[in-house]
Write a protein that binds this ligand. Structure first.
Ligand SMILES: [Fe+2]
Length: 349
């Protein structure tokens, strides 16, 4: 076995993935029930449904032990659902790099949007690095793709989008915005320069002081995530200047959805939760579906359709980590544990 892991867990389902060392059948057992792959191609997935909520399960996938606990049952009826699709890096490059898909980047983004629509997402938030190099040609290419999105998009720029060149406003409109959804005020800030602008910080502060429930969308993270610790970790570079705001955030229950690092990491800072999002074009090749219930936001990682693509990215990233001596490309670092992207952001009681 080269690889066996869990991609996602909900209150009633689990999704496993595997890559066998040699051709053969994959065998999964969950609580005594056995499942076998139909084909002996060596790379694939098992999805098991009908599980009990909040139940600890033991699974064996071709000799690898994988334990998981399903999420608690949601309370009441679903209030809505949305997608978080971070860092698609839609590119015109003709070579892939360090495990990142460039040639396939547009196809991957198109698929993510179609899957989000099929799964019932009302809209998608894309927190930056929508393009890879921010050129006029890339913007044109990306705009054609996004104009055909089956669901509304709420975009904010990242450093790769170079909004200062003027193409962002021309193609996608605002660089920061505020919207109301599910009883929350969503504030998207423009951290594409690496800095949190004072006006965006003031906006966040003003909405907190009005007692509103907040969700912040940003390209660069605000707080240093303990699990993301390679040498070039970057959050907002002017965090020291905004220390008072960061302390205020710690005293309030806020969600921060952040792009850029693309290492799955959910961490709590006082009362605020910050989720560093995975990205579709590089392992773990995922976006996040969020279902909203009275007891909280249920987060679920949705992988690209092809497990072969996902495993190519992992293997190519591992090889690049060795070759360049840059451990941030390693699969085990980029997806440290499925519970970082499959969790409930609980509503305050
Ligand atoms: Fe970035």
């Amino acid at each position: 076995m080269n690889y066996a892991d869990i991609i996602n867990v909900t209150e009633s389902s689990v999704l496993f993935s595997y890559e066998l060392e040699n051709a053969g059948f994959a065998v999964l057992s969950v609580e005594g029930t056995e499942y076998k792959s139909v084909e002996a191609t060596g790379t694939g997935r098992f999805e098991i449904t009908g599980l009990e909520p909040l139940h600890a399960y033991h699974a064996e996938l071709s000799g690898v032990s994988l334990d998981f606990t399903t999420l608690p049952a949601p309370e009441g009826k679903e209030l809505g659902r949305f997608a978080l699709i971070s860092d698609p890096h839609v590119s015109l490059k003709d070579e892939n790099r360090k495990g990142r898909f460039f040639i396939e980047s547009a196809a991957i983004m198109r698929e993510a949007l179609e899957n989000a629509a099929d799964l019932g997402a009302e809209f998608a938030v894309v927190p930056g690095d929508v393009t890879n190099e921010g050129t006029a040609e890339e913007y044109d290419y990306c705009k054609k793709l996004l104009d055909n999105s089956p669901i509304p998009l709420h975009l904010i720029p990242g450093n790769h989008d170079y909004p200062e060149r003027g193409y962002w406003e021309k193609c996608f409109g605002l660089r920061h915005w505020v919207m109301q959804k599910y009883g929350y005020t969503w504030i998207a800030v423009d951290t594409s320069s690496g800095q949190l602008p004072d006006e965006d910080a003031d906006l966040i502060r003003a909405h907190i002081e009005k007692g509103e429930k907040l969700i912040i969308c940003t390209h660069y993270h605000f707080f240093e995530p303990p699990r993301i610790n390679h040498k070039s970790v970057l959050g907002i570079r002017n965090a020291a200047a905004h220390q008072e705001l960061l302390e205020l955030l710690k005293k309030n229950r806020v969600m921060i959805y952040a792009g850029h690092q693309n290492v799955c990491s959910c961490a709590v800072f006082g009362k605020t939760t910050q989720l560093n999002l995975p990205q579709p074009p590089q392992f773990p090749c995922e976006w996040i579906l969020v279902r909203v219930f009275a007891n909280g936001f249920y987060h679920q990682a949705i992988p690209v359709n092809s497990e072969v693509w996902r495993q190519w990215s992992r293997n190519s990233g591992n090889a690049a980590a060795e070759f360049y001596n840059e451990r941030q490309w390693r699969g085990e670092y980029r997806l440290q544990s499925f519970d970082q992207s499959n969790f409930i952001w609980e509503e305050k009681k």
